[in-house]
Design a protein around this ligand. Structure first.
Ligand code: GLV
Ligand code: GLV
Length: 336
């Protein structure tokens, strides 16, 4: 094939925009079939950049920090599929996408274990004061074993309340067995007995869970029904000795109410991986010792991110090359 002919054939390939560098595994897979443009900057694309880049693009791989709203979708005249590089997809206007016959997909399953692991990192860090203890040593204050040094709270034998017993919630519950914990869960609807038994989790109301748990961990998607699910009344109903853990979406908690609750000592502390207005974090949380604050790294392991990249690529390829329904279509229930 002559160079110009090959070039012409390449230019006939459908286009995919990837808004941020993702692991090579995904980009390589896409490049086998498609003309791929990856944002070369180490920063999110601005809305204008996305609008500019998306007009002649058939596929979009986007990040949870990209707000894919009606304005962007209106500009995306040729778009057929959006692969969100995340399991949560509250950043995408899925109704508008469905009306425009654009498939939206996510990356479920592959990040379940990594996110459950990180939940436990938060549970253990906040209760045993791991971050404080590390800081204590690094700042030269360690003078040897002390009977009253950095005493924390036990995890084993306590009650763990899981709000949202989906895949991630279940994986968190399974890990609790090793700590001999009692596990409660809340869902709007009780789950099949088989799941309850395999997780050793007992169903209860949200108010009962909040009232009796020593650790409350949130694993729900963000939508209208879960926005500010935890606010002042909910925090007030928790034990004064309890810890709140959130690796789902920041806006499930009213962050101002949490700041107030922590200041008033209505709960003992919190471990957060997500925030209501990312990347902004309520300043007062930063000054508190009884908080562990991570920069949204729930799924951040090499192997997990590789698998997420591959899944995103496979969803794009299913629609654009195989002309099939994508395997991880999130809005099947909305008429497309
Ligand atoms: C991360 O928050 C995700 O939804 O994948
Ligand atoms: C994600 O994998 C979930 O549904 O919990």
């Amino acid at each position: 094939m002559t160079r110009s002919l090959r070039k012409r054939r390449d230019s006939m390939k459908q286009k995919v925009l990837v808004t941020r560098e993702i692991p090579e595994a995904g980009v390589d897979e896409l490049q086998k079939h498609l003309d791929v443009y990856v944002n070369p900057e180490d920063t999110p694309m601005t809305k204008d950049d996305i609008i500019h880049a998306i007009t002649d693009t058939q596929g979009l791989v986007c990040m949870l920090a990209d707000r894919i709203d009606k304005e962007i979708l209106d500009a995306a005249k040729n778009l057929k599929v959006i692969a969100n590089y995340a399991v949560g997809y509250d950043n995408i206007d899925i109704e508008t996408a469905a009306h425009k016959n654009i498939y939206v997909t996510n990356t479920p399953g592959v990040l379940t274990e990594a996110t459950a692991d990180l939940t436990w990192a938060l549970i253990l860090s906040i209760s045993r004061r791991i971050i404080e203890a590390d800081h204590y040593l690094r700042t030269g204050r360690f003078r040897g074993w002390e009977p009253m040094l950095l005493l924390g709270t036990d995890v084993h034998g306590k009650t763990l309340g899981i709000i949202g017993l989906g895949r991630i919630g279940q994986a968190v519950a399974l890990r609790a067995r090793g700590f001999d914990m009692k596990v409660l869960y809340y869902e709007p609807r009780r789950l099949p007995e088989k799941i309850e038994q395999s997780c050793h989790a007992k169903y209860c109301s949200l108010s009962e869970l909040l009232k009796t748990s020593d650790f409350v961990s949130i694993h729900v998607p963000l939508d209208k029904s879960t926005f500010h699910l935890i606010g002042t009344p909910e925090l007030d109903s928790m034990k004064k000795t309890a810890y709140l853990i959130n690796v789902s979406r920041g806006a499930v908690i009213d962050e101002m109410a949490l700041v107030k609750g922590l200041k008033n000592r209505v709960i003992a502390g919190c471990g957060l991986d997500v925030y209501e207005r990312e990347p902004n974090v309520e300043q007062e949380l930063l000054a508190m010792k009884n908080t562990v604050l991570l920069p949204h790294v729930g799924s951040a392991s090499h192997a997990t991110r590789d698998r997420m990249a591959l899944i995103a690529a496979q969803n794009i390829i299913a629609v654009l090359i195989r002309k099939e329904e994508p395997p991880n279509w999130v809005h099947k229930d909305i008429q497309i």
